[in-house]
Design a protein around this ligand. Structure first.
Ligand SMILES: [Zn+2]
Length: 68
């Protein structure tokens, strides 16, 4: 036991807000292994493939209307 814990699971974002279905409370950006990133929102109405992680995060902000 080294104490080092692998914690790289973006899918937990959605698990944490399962009870908030239908609302834009959390977005996930998950690599799909093809150079793209699948971006989804807890509202269930937003699900896209972005060309990169940064772009996915930007689009997530646009979706939720919190882009600065
Ligand atoms: Zn949403």
């Amino acid at each position: 036991m080294s104490g080092n814990v692998m914690h790289d699971s973006p899918t937990e974002f959605l698990h944490d807000v399962a009870s908030e279905d239908g609302r834009c409370v959390a977005q996930s950006v998950i690599p799909v292994g093809d150079g793209g990133y699948r971006c989804a929102c807890s509202c269930g109405r937003w699900d896209i493939i972005a060309p990169g992680r940064a772009e996915g995060l930007r689009l997530a902000r646009v979706h939720t209307g919190t882009e600065v």
